[in-house]
Every structure is written in structure tokens, then in C-alpha cells.
Design a protein around this ligand. Structure first.
Ligand SMILES: [Fe+2]
Ligand SMILES: [Fe+2]
Length: 268
């Protein structure tokens, strides 16, 4: 299994407990279904939920918003249960029809969550938060081409967490994106695809919090993570891009080297 989830699974029991047994069971059932259908997507959703929570807490959002961002993140791609596996695992560029099929997963996420999960009142909009994770502030997203003020803050959090996870994790057919390109995607999308405040909250997180989600495989990263406690993930990634410590940051060359070793190791 590629980069398993053992390090970060089960970290957020407090939210899970507060959910109520019924909702919790319904979420668990959907997760099980995804684990059986497409494990890479199941683990991706787990990480996006966890990363969303870290960002939402970093922004000091109210507890109900943190909860929504976390839960929507954990389920945002559940609509991919309806996407044929050959398309999910297609190694090449998708054709127009395949693209349309895969793009439909966001709408399906909303449908599935509305049909299969009973959310308590305070969390009633989790399905729409999750459904909108491919929307963009500039209105060029999908499936509903919403624009800035129509996109919930929790969705904006999910979007940053989602793109970060997709770029930084290999799939069965490709290796992770070079860090330089990853940073460029965020810089280019600031204010158009990504909410600046969300992006800043993400980039200012201690690298020791983000790296276990980004690099986890067995216990290796949890041993290494404390080394990165005093460094912000944004500074670390930009220093890695330059392959030298960024002026004014506390990143060391040893940290850059150890990040390189962890990030570029072969995917299993
Ligand atoms: Fe998605
Ligand atoms: Fe996703």
C-alpha cells in the first residue's frame, strides 16, 4: 500500500465522538466502501480531512466550522464510488468523455451524502461543503461554477488541503510533483483558485504537523517530524525549491536534505 495511513488515522476522535452514533456509523460505512473500491482515494480522503482540520484550527474558525471542514474533507471524493476504476486509474491523459465522467464525482458526492447520511442540524451543510471542493473563487470551477462569496469557508479549506494532497502524493502511475511546481501551483492560484487567508494559514503551519500527512509511511516520518517543529511548511517547501535555506527562515540545509530523502523515496 502506498504511504499508508497508520500515522494519522484515528487522530480526531473528539470530533468523531461528538458526531452521534448514527452519523458516525454512516460515515464509517461509506469509508469502508471506498476502502474496498479504491483504497488510494480512501486514504486521500482521510488525509484531506485531517489537513483541513489543521488548517481550520490554524485559522481559529469556530468549532462547528472546524468540524464541517474535517467531515467534508473526509468525504469529499466519495462520489468517486460511481467513477469506473479504469478512469480513476487511467495512466494517460483523459479524453473528453472520461473527463466529464470523472468531473461528475463532485455532484455525486453531494447526492450520496444527502441520501446516505443523517447529519445533525449544525452540520446540515456538510454535503454542499463537500460537493463544492472543485469550485474556484474566480467562478471557473465545477460543478456549479460558484464564485467567491458563494463558496463556504469550509470548502475553501478543503480545496487547499485537496490540491496539496493530490500534488504531494504519488498515484499508482506517477511520482509526487516536484516541490517547485507544487509551490508554483499555490502561488499562481492565490486569490483565483485558492483563498489567500486559507493558503496563508496552511503555509504558516509547523512543518512537523504537515509532514506526517505528506510523507507518512510506517513510523519513519513520526520519528523525523520533531526535527521540523520550529519551521513553517511554507518556508521549508520554498527552501527545498531553491535547494538552500530561504533568507530570513530558520530552515537548515540538514532539514532540506532530510526532506529530499523522505519525499523522493520510491513509492511502494
Ligand atoms: Fe475531487
Ligand atoms: Fe480529492
Amino acid at each position: 500500500m502506498a504511504r499508508n495511513s497508520s500515522v494519522y488515522m484515528g487522530v480526531h476522535h473528539s470530533i468523531d465522538k461528538a458526531l452521534g452514533i448514527r452519523t458516525q456509523e454512516q460515515h464509517a460505512q461509506l469509508r469502508e466502501q471506498m476502502l474496498g473500491y479504491h483504497p488510494l482515494t480512501a486514504h486521500h480522503q482521510d488525509r484531506v480531512g485531517d489537513m483541513s482540520r489543521i488548517i481550520a484550527e490554524g485559522m481559529h474558525l469556530p468549532p462547528a466550522s472546524v468540524e464541517k471542514a474535517y467531515l467534508a474533507g473526509r468525504m469529499h471524493d466519495i462520489g468517486k464510488l460511481q467513477t469506473p476504476k479504469e478512469i480513476l486509474d487511467s495512466p494517460g491523459k483523459l479524453d473528453g468523455h472520461e473527463r466529464a465522467v470523472i468531473n461528475h464525482h463532485a455532484t455525486d458526492t453531494g447526492i450520496i451524502l444527502r441520501e446516505k447520511v443523517d447529519y445533525p442540524k449544525r452540520l446540515a451543510d456538510v454535503p454542499s461543503v463537500a460537493e463544492n471542493h472543485h469550485e474556484r473563487l474566480d467562478g471557473r470551477g465545477s460543478p456549479n461554477a460558484l464564485s467567491a462569496e458563494q463558496i463556504a469557508i469550509e470548502t475553501r479549506v478543503n480545496t487547499v488541503a485537496d490540491v496539496f494532497d493530490v500534488l504531494s502524493h504519488g498515484r499508482s502511475y506517477k511520482t509526487p510533483t516536484p516541490i517547485g511546481k507544487l509551490i508554483d501551483v499555490f502561488d499562481r492560484g492565490r486569490g483565483t483558485q485558492f483563498d489567500s487567508a486559507v493558503l496563508d494559514a496552511f503555509l504558516h503551519q509547523p512543518a512537523s504537523k504537515v509532514l506526517p500527512l505528506m510523507l507518512s509511511e510506517g513510523g519513519s516520518i513520526s520519528r523525523v517530524a520533531p526535527t521540523f517543529r520550529k519551521v513553517e511548511i511554507g518556508d521549508l517547501l520554498r527552501s527545498v525549491k531553491e535547494q538552500k535555506p530561504l533568507p530570513g527562515s530558520s530552515v537548515t540545509i540538514d532539514q532540506i536534505n532530510s526532506f529530499n530523502t523522505l519525499y523522493m523515496r520510491p513509492q511502494s
